[in-house]
Design a protein around this ligand. Structure first.
Ligand SMILES: Cc1cc2nc3c(=O)[nH]c(=O)nc-3n(C[C@H](O)[C@H](O)[C@H](O)COP(=O)(O)OP(=O)(O)OC[C@H]3O[C@@H](n4cnc5c(N)ncnc54)[C@H](O)[C@@H]3O)c2cc1C
Ligand code: SF4
Ligand code: SF4
Length: 1005
């Protein structure tokens, strides 16, 4: 289990760099004096904001969280007066390194500047602040049947401001084009702190003359941009490729155009789009909108060869399609071998080397079947494709899109140091050239002895190709550079753009002179200098200078660009592989699991799924899975002091606020299992620094509960006394606002024994189960256990409730007391394995204990015995569902809704291990209509919600659940988790503790 036999964390010096916050102390002080929002300049903030979704990493000076336009202006003025550059940032999901800025002041507009200011549905317009997340915007627009057309795959966390910065787009660019077509006006703060209102201005109109007659920066910008566009008209015509998607460089080809009235206008908003924070900080934008098609249909054409599929793309575009997407056999192979996606690949016929996904929408087609028949006639009957999979229902279409969107996560979770990295992954060529381009691309990969998977937006000529390289080696880094050089040659030969989606950033800026030639390159520098004479705004991105005498300021700001600099890994990167108590073999080791975080930012999504409740409640980067992984990576790679990981700050801010819900285990595309990492690090911390009283108490909560139960009702009465509560708060740090769970004099086991054990004889039984007497059910809430016994027996199951099992160890595990958790796992395995071998199953009322047996036990113990026990462990509803025992229950009326509607809140541990769907199936089959709430963790997370210092966060997370309950049509809520029921029961105005779903099943008998 131990990977290297040496002390964790402190054994090896890794060239630790001292924090450089001191260098920026005066800057931070002056920012704090002028800025309303937060200012964070410490080492943690620098680490948290040193990466994005790319392969790059560089520490900024610090981070500012502006609250409004005047805050942005103040921050810009202070930073530039200290001669420190500025980098605006949204979610930081960029893939080319454009949100990484060494020594910059990062302006994170996502925290406070995220309002939708005005919706004008009749004009199909919306005015927003830059930090609004695109899915949140679309949700607000949906009541008007409208949406913002560009749809990046990252829209569940990406901000609209970041989308403008990158000129983002998505699968529907074939139909709608990209962000620059929808950005009507932009209000931006320039590097001197002035405001620019970028909008359509008719050239040579009185308004124009008024602007350019002044002696200020705005006038200079208008004059320069006009001169640049007019002086270089021929070069612009010749050099800008004719593509649906071209996001490299500045939009010189689009900034001057003819408006709908036939007037020649300039709109500087178009220039801000795709400028990646290099021209100014956008504080407001007005966007045009499109109507949402009522219906869509999909046809997936299967080809036995990638090049033939590419040849079919221009043909597909003849048919009014709204998307043409590609997937290749590597994506299918990875999906077929993964737990999460295998089911979605089943409809894909064998022998499919590549598939083209065509979408049809109801705004362009009245009859989907006729439309698909027409493309099928062309593809299948002409012999290009050999099969078509059609999808008309929402569910079938969602499954196909899931497969398409799985490509990146599947590729990024490859084991080992060689990974498919994004650096030329969105090069774009005209669709008619795709087939020839792909063949030559394959030759480049062969020359570099590597391979890649192909997927993405074939209809607009953008292929996502990520060569598999080891960027921790010098040769890998050099291969990356040489592949990029070769591929950019190839793209030019095929009249394409180096970036058709993800932008220039650190990866592509170096190559922009090659794409645009010397004349336009100088034009870019003139434009940049007009907006930002001293090059304070994200210097060296999109455009760079060759030396101090080049166009631009008299300094070395923005000089040079080399894609091999500021890599997150690189040849010098080293990390410690600590000796661990948990088994990290499946994850390739502790450090590999930490490094699996690629910065994609999915853990900042706020709409669905479990991950990450602490971010959802706090909106702070440090409380994302990514933030925790970034800080852990800094700890294992020597970027933090070796003993920092044991500091109070690291424990409190980085680890303690992770509530161990396991949401990231299933929802993070690469499976960064932070709950497991946290348990390991907490354990090592306890070994180094000892264990606190409160942690000991909660880890041994079974003993306390046993005593409480013996002394009930006195113990219940005592815990309610104000003096006792105050004492508990002072001595143990338990929140006085929390009701402690009640202790029952008659435990579940007492009840079971008093009724004489199981009413179903072993010999007559369908099956035999051990019902595990977990602490909460046994001592505090036996009603759920009794219901479980009743239901199981009604299904002819013989039940036994042992009195000699140990607690599951969940409480010890989640406080990082792994030795204790391991003892308990061993004791229960020894106690139960014999029965399992005799054909018994182990059934749990409490989900967190079920998952402890199913998942964590295998990390704590080695060998076949524990695996047998894990494989025979089930949550009670999972058990009923897997063996379809509920079908034999005596229920009168099974019709859906016969028993009313339940709002179902699943347990995060079960969601994290894909076990949560079972309960909903069972409840529906016994006659309930069920609304499965799209909720995250309830916020209690075992003992977390009882901690005085965590009470507020616990309540804030809980309010996400409360809102979902309020929005649901259910008559009442049910939840299998004991903590969840306590949180719901503690809610203001709550009518007692809600039922466990097994009680709802028992009610139907
Ligand atoms: C898994 C994955 C899938 C993706 N899929 C797509 C896709 O389908 N299509 C696509 O286009 N992109 C995609 N991306 C890239 C990225 O998510 C998008 O470009 C997204 O729109 C960026 O939004 P953000 O909030 O993360 O911006 P950030 O990364 O924070 O910023 C992007 C750029 O905009 C600048 N910026 C941010 N805010 C401002 C502001 N207020 N003023 C001025 N400049 C600003 C930043 O400096 C930076 O240069 C994907 C990324 C990942 C990780
Ligand atoms: S933790 Fe996972 S979801 Fe979050 S940024 Fe890292 S890889 Fe993406
Ligand atoms: S375990 Fe839960 S709280 Fe912790 S990082 Fe993962 S999703 Fe967030």
């Amino acid at each position: 289990m131990a990977i290297e036999d040496r002390d964790a964390w402190s054994a090896r010096e890794l060239g630790h760099a001292r924090p450089d916050a001191a260098k920026y102390r005066d800057l931070a002080r002056d920012l704090r004096a002028r800025v309303e929002g937060g200012v964070e300049f410490d080492e943690y903030a620098q680490i948290l904001y040193s990466t994005d979704g790319s392969i790059y990493r560089a520490k900024p000076a610090g981070v500012v969280f502006p609250t409004d336009t005047s805050d942005v202006q103040a921050a810009v003025e202070v930073a530039t007066s200290h001669e420190v550059p500025i980098l605006p940032r949204g979610t930081g999901s960029s893939l080319a390194g454009q949100t990484v800025g060494p020594g910059c002041v990062v302006l994170d507009v996502s925290r406070h500047m995220d309002d939708i200011l005005e919706i004008r549905p009749d004009e199909k317009r919306v005015r927003i602040q830059p930090g609004v997340v695109q899915d949140d915007l679309d949700a607000a627009l949906s009541e008007y049947g409208l949406k913002f057309a560009p749809d990046p795959a990252s829209s569940n966390r990406a901000t609209v401001g970041g989308g403008i910065g990158n000129n983002s787009t998505g699968a529907h660019s074939v139909r709608y084009g990209i962000t620059d077509a929808y950005t009507e006006t932009v209000t931006a703060v320039l590097s001197d702190g002035s405001l620019l209102q970028a909008r359509e201005v008719v050239i040579d109109s009185p308004e124009w003359n008024d602007i350019v007659s002044k002696d200020d920066r705005e006038a200079d910008i208008y004059r320069t941009v006009r001169a640049v566009v007019e002086d270089n008209a021929d070069e612009i015509e010749a050099r800008y490729p004719d593509l649906k998607r071209r996001v490299s460089g500045y939009n010189l080809d689009r900034v001057v155009y003819e408006n709908s009235a036939g007037e020649r206008v300039m709109n500087l908003a178009t220039l801000f789009v795709g400028s990646e924070g290099t021209l100014g900080v956008i504080v407001e934008a007005e966007l045009s909108l499109v109507t949402v098609p009522e219906e869509t249909a999909l046809a997936l054409y299967c080809f036995d060869d990638l090049v033939t599929a590419m040849e079919a793309v221009p043909v597909a575009l003849e048919y009014d399609v709204s998307a043409v997407e590609l997937m290749d056999d590597e994506v299918f192979r990875l999906a077929a071998n993964s737990d999460g996606y295998a089911e979605y690949v089943e409809p894909i016929p064998e022998g499919t080397d590549a598939a083209l996904l065509l979408e049809f929408d109801s705004e362009l087609h009245d009859d989907f079947e006729a439309a698909i028949d027409a493309t099928t006639e062309r593809f299948i009957h002409d012999g290009a494709a050999f099969e078509v999979v059609e999808a008309y229902t929402d569910a079938d279409q969602a499954d196909i899109w899931k497969l398409r969107k799985a490509a990146i996560p599947l590729l990024m979770s490859l084991e080992g140091d060689a990974k498919p990295y994004p650096f030329i992954e969105d090069a774009t060529v005209p669709p008619a050239e795709l087939a020839a381009y792909v063949q030559k691309f394959e030759a480049v990969l062969d020359d570099h002895d590597t391979s890649a998977a192909y997927f993405a937006h074939a209809g607009s000529g953008t292929l996502h190709v990520r060569p598999i390289l080891n960027l921790k080696s010098e040769s890998g880094v050099e291969d990356m550079h040489s592949i990029t050089d070769d591929v950019t040659d190839l793209v030019l030969e095929h009249h394409g753009s180096f970036s058709g989606e993800h932008g220039d950033g650190m990866a592509r800026t170096e190559f922009n002179p090659k794409m645009y030639g010397e004349t336009l390159w100088d034009a870019f520098k003139r434009v940049k200098t007009a907006f930002d004479p001293e090059w304070w705004m994200h210097p060296g991105n999109v455009v760079y200078r060759s030396g101090a005498d080049d166009i631009g300021p008299d300094s070395d700001r923005g000089v040079g660009a080399d894609m091999r600099e500021h890599l997150r890994y690189g040849a010098k990167y080293q990390s410690i592989e600590p000796q661990t108590t948990l088994d990290f073999t499946d994850e390739g080791g502790f450090s590999h699991l930490v490094e699996l975080c690629n910065g994609c930012g999915t853990c900042r999504q706020t709409g669905q799924e479990v991950m990450c409740p602490t971010y959802r409640a706090s909106r702070e980067e440090v409380q994302t899975t990514r933030g925790r992984a970034n800080l852990l990576r800094s700890a294992i790679s020597g970027d933090l002091r070796p003993d920092e990981i044991h500091s109070e700050r690291f424990q409190e801010e980085v680890l303690d606020l992770c509530i161990g819900c396991k949401g990231c285990k299933s929802d993070c595309p690469t499976g960064v299992d932070m709950a497991k990492l946290k348990a390991e690090v907490k354990h090592q911390h306890h070994q180094a620094r000892g264990i606190g009283l409160r942690e000991r108490l909660f880890a041994n909560i079974d003993t306390a509960s046993k005593v409480g139960s013996m002394l009930a009702p006195l113990s219940n009465w005592a815990t309610k006394l104000p003096g006792v509560r105050t004492a508990m708060q002072k001595a143990l740090g338990i929140a006085p606002e929390r009701e402690l769970p009640p202790f029952r004099r008659e435990t579940l086991r007492d009840w079971f024994e008093s009724r004489g054990g199981s009413t179903v004889e072993r010999a007559d039984a369908n099956a035999r189960v051990v019902l595990f007497p977990d602490t909460y059910t046994n001592y505090s809430y036996p009603a759920a256990g009794k219901a479980a016994v009743t239901v199981l027996e009604a299904a002819d199951v013989h039940v036994s409730i042992p009195d000699d099992t140990a607690p599951s160890g969940r409480a010890a595990y989640s406080t990082g007391m792994l030795d204790r958790a391991k003892e308990r796992a061993q004791s229960n395995t020894d106690r139960l394995v014999g029965q399992v071998e005799d054909g018994w199953d182990i059934v749990f009322v409490e989900p967190s204990d079920a998952v402890m047996f199913q998942d964590e036990y295998c990390n704590l113990l080695d060998g076949q015995r524990v695996e047998q026990v894990a494989a025979s462990s089930y949550g009670v509803l999972e058990y009923l569902d897997v063996f379809r025992l509920d079908e034999s229950l005596p229920v009168d009326d099974r019709s859906l809704g016969a028993a009313g509607t339940l709002s179902y809140h699943g347990h995060c541990n079960q969601k994290g291990t894909n076990k949560d769907h079972h309960a909903v199936g069972v409840l529906r089959r016994v006659g309930y209509d069920v609304d499965p709430l799209d909720t995250t963790c309830c916020g209690m997370a075992g003992s977390f919600g009882y901690h005085d210092e965590h009470y507020a966060l616990s309540k804030a997370i809980g309010s996400i659940l409360f809102d979902a309950v309020d929005a649901s049509d259910g008559d009442r809520v049910v939840a299998p988790g004991g903590s969840c029921r306590s949180q719901l029961g503690d809610r203001e105005g709550a009518n007692g503790i809600p039922q466990h779903p097994i009680e709802a099943v028992a009610d139907r008998l």
